[in-house]
Ligand binder design. Sequence first.
Ligand code: 13P
Length: 250
Amino acid sequence: MRKPLVMGNWKLNGTKESVTSLVKALIEPAAQATNVEVAVCAPTIFIGLVEDLAKGTEINYGSEDCDVHTSGAFTGENSPVMIKEFGCKYAIVGHSERRQYHNETNEVVAAKFKAAQEADLIPVLCIGESLAQFEANQTTEVCKTQLQAVIDLCGIKAFEKAVIAYEPIWAIGTGKTATPEIAQNVHAQIRAYLASFDKDVAAKVQILYGGSCNAKTAPELFAQEDIDGGLVGGASLKPADFAAIINAAN
Ligand code: 13P
C-alpha cells in the first residue's frame, strides 16, 4: 500500500513573512490528514526558517534542487549534505524548469539524484514531456529515457528510496491539467517500465502528478490507481487551496 504524498514546490516565491504564515497555516491540515504525508519544498534560503517553523509538526520539507557536489569551489551551489543538515527529507531533482533554464541533462539530473541519496535525502525525480513531444506521441519514450539515466547510474533499487513526479511540461503553470485518464495512463506506463527491471520496486514507488494540480482537479487525479499524490506549484502557495488538495489525498 503506497501512502499518498502531497508536496508543495514553492519555486522562486516567498518572503520571510509569507513563508511563516504559510507554514503556520499548514500545521493543522497536515496534522488532520493522517493518511497522507505533507511536504513543502522551499527556496534554499528559506529552508532554515522552515526548519524552525516545522519543528514538532507533521510537515516534512525539502529543497527544490541540489548540487552534485558535497563541497568545494562551486560558487552559488547548495550541497545535499548542507540541505540534509537543515532537516530536509526531500530534494527535488530534474524539475523541467531546471532542465530548461539551467540546461540540466538527464546525466546531470541522475548525478544529482545520486548525490541526494548519498546525503540521505529522498530525491523527487521530475520527468515529463514537452507539448511538442506530447503531440508527437513521444511521452512514454521521453519518460523512459529520463528514468533510464537514473537506472544506469544508480540501479533500479535506488527507487526504493525515491519519489517520481510525472509533470507534463505543457500542464505546468498553464491551467491545462492533464486529464485523469492521460495522467493515469502515463503513470501506469512509468510503473510498468520500472517493473520490467524489478516488480517489487515498481509496486512500492510513489509516483506523484504535477502540472496545474489544484483543489478542483486533485480529487479525480488522486482517485487513479497509479497516482500517489501531487507535486503542486501555484496552488501550494495558497493555504486554503493546498489544504483542499491535502484533503483530497486523504
Ligand atoms: P503548477 O502546479 O503551478 O502547475 O506547477 C507544477 C510544478 O511545476 C510543480 O513542481
